[in-house]
Design a protein around this ligand. Structure first.
Ligand code: HEM
Length: 186
């Protein structure tokens, strides 16, 4: 039997391989960033992780920002699969709104994180591969404001991501439709 050609672009029924890769790598990076952020705020000065974890956290954050811009660019080129026929109009609207919210909150978290480190005019050496110059805005207390935004929006984003994941699992196990399969199956 001839194997199907690898599907790079999305089609009306299915996400292509690149969209799937971008989705699952982003999800992994986001959960890792959340966990490392949660951990590093309580690290003691004497810990050997004290400098290393923030260095990884900032590096992955910057890479994810570039990655997400590319993801949106690819989304325009590859298009999006059509809504699933068995989904109600409300489900389709909820799903599209959730995707929009996830992208918006993700950008807010990534940019506010960058503005926290920027406030002290600190250059981010992304895994020591390349440097990102800081952006200091003409506002007072940049570090505090960016810090508050980063903290609260990160929690909100993780809650939205969990609701989104639960919805996908509900479609898979209870409705037994194609929602999850078209983001996983090659
Ligand atoms: C941090 C975690 C996650 C984020 C930020 C996230 C974000 C997104 C985004 C933005 C899309 C839309 C892709 C596009 O069309 O551009 C999407 C689609 C999708 N995600 Fe996630 N996701 C996450 C985790 C998960 C998990 C854990 C699951 C499964 C358990 C999941 C299942 C899906 C499915 C099935 C779709 C396709 C929905 C459809 O075809 O309408 N996601 N996700």
């Amino acid at each position: 039997m001839i194997r199907n050609k690898l599907l790079w672009k999305n089609n009306p029924q299915q996400y292509g391989i690149l969209s799937k890769l971008l989705h699952w790598l982003s999800a992994l990076a986001i959960f890792a960033l959340f966990a490392s952020g949660y951990w590093m705020v309580d690290l003691d000065y004497s810990s050997r992780w004290y400098q290393l974890v923030p260095h990884w956290h900032e590096s992955v954050g910057i890479l994810l920002l570039g990655f997400t811009l590319f993801r949106l660019f690819w989304r325009r080129i590859a298009g999006s699969p059509s809504g699933i026929v068995s989904h109600s109009a409300i489900e389709k609207k909820a799903s599209a709104s959730m995707i929009f919210i996830l992208y918006v909150t993700l950008f807010i978290v990534l940019i506010s994180g960058f503005l926290i480190t920027s406030a002290n005019e600190k250059t981010i050496a992304v895994f020591d591969w390349f440097n990102v110059t800081p952006v200091v805005l003409a506002i007072k207390n940049q570090e505090d404001i960016a810090g508050e935004v980063h903290y609260y929006v990160a929690y909100a984003m993780i809650i939205f991501a969990l609701v989104h994941a639960l919805a996908a699992l509900k479609h898979h196990f209870f409705d037994k439709d194609n929602t999850l399969k078209r983001m996983t199956k090659t």
